[in-house]
Design a protein around this ligand. Sequence first.
Ligand code: PEP
Ligand code: MN
Length: 353
Amino acid sequence: MDIKHWFDGNSHSPLIIAGPCSAESEEQVTATATALAAIPEVGLFRAGVWKPRTRPDGFEGKGAEALNWLSKIQQTTGLSTIVEVATPSHVEQCLKHGISAVWIGARTVVNPFSVQQLADALQGTQTPVFIKNPVTPDLKLWIGAFERMRKAGLKYLAAIHRGFHHYSEKPYRNHPMWEMSMKLDRIIGVPIITDISHICGCRELLADTAQKAVDMATDGLMIEVHTTPEQALTDAQQQITPMQLETLLKDIVWRSKSSVDNKSLLAMRAEIDDIDSEILSLLARRMGLSCSIGELKKQNGMAAFQPERWKQILSEHIDAGKSLNLSEELVTNVFEAIHKASVEAQTDILSRN
Ligand code: PEP
Ligand code: MN
């Protein structure tokens, strides 16, 4: 499949990107690609050619030599290929070898200089570019990378959610933040692929995480596949065999992103819309009162934030929420957001002359 057709399609059928973490030898990468070419769901063959390693002296990829293997794979299997690029020279070499698409890794996206250099190197081509989330949950950096590519005239763009660094590695290697990818989609409007291999860091969590990603309306999955995963030179614990990939894909219950035409669904959504507009009017009324209180606090020399009152109302709301079957997490999140906006409005009033 020409990967550009997937972008051009109106409703994206899920894109499955599979292949080894690293291209290690011509035999390994060709054997994996041949097995994957026989799995109809696989739309794009991945292989790392330059490997960003946290510490030196590990396997750092085969470089340009591996691009020759991938070009051959494209010709013999018909699979499109995707490679990670981190420097303009990587881009040039991929273009020279006719690699179908590139991805920008999590460690590169954190650096706007690097991302700009990649955008400059890709300018004038219509290479599909897949951009992983930065290691840290900085949505603006991720958005900025898309903006740089768009400014360079690139239009075949997709995001890859590969989870975020967190101090405890359990249970995930990189913690998924589904809400972050939803925000990116709302702001930038690109398809989002979920890299379950780098989220999980181990084989055991892959199936459940793939299903979760599909339930969260992912546009595709990136999965690391190796003919002999235990012997892989990089990311051995998270790679699976082509056969395991087949089983994993077969077991996924695919969900549609669009709504069915159903009367009771429509009726319940209409009711939700009414409730939301009530919530909005109540919020506006509450903010109005909050501002009047702000004036009063100012006249009486009170701080905008009153810790005792806040502790008291939050704990009362949590208790009231429990009796209404609302979780502590939901009540806390909602009232923290409301209270924060309230305190900000009042500090504005206090600081005015
Ligand atoms: C990879 O896909 O092999 C890789 C290095 O990923 P990330 O940039 O997500 O760490
Ligand atoms: Mn990897």
